[in-house]
Write a protein that binds this ligand. Sequence first.
Ligand SMILES: [Zn+2]
Ligand SMILES: [Zn+2]
Length: 133
Amino acid sequence: METLRKAGLRITPQRRAVWSAFEAAGNEHLTADEVFGRARDELPELSRATVYNTLAALVDRGLLRMIESRGAVLYDPNPDPTHHHFRCRRCDRLYDVHVEGVEGLKISGKQDFVVERKSVLLGGLCPECLPAK
Ligand SMILES: [Zn+2]
Ligand SMILES: [Zn+2]
């Protein structure tokens, strides 16, 4: 909850419930539906619309980042702006990773684009899903 306070947000029961959904999940990336399901355990009268509004407010304050994965929007509570993602094709988990060389990425052959952000999604097999040697 400290994070909410630091971001200048008043702590309401709704915000508390939404934020603790992430804390309870070990700061994993969650869909709005997953947040809704978990937040409702804490605050049963919570509506879906409130969850969406709260998520939007948290994104607005930079506490959550929206990322896309397999056509779904996930909310990412990791405040580190330099992290990227790795998705395991077997267990479908999305890992936070640091990627080397991202600073050097540029569009080849086109000069008129201004790149403002770079987000890298790598895919493959995570250590847990590698076949045993
Ligand atoms: Zn895996
Ligand atoms: Zn992440």
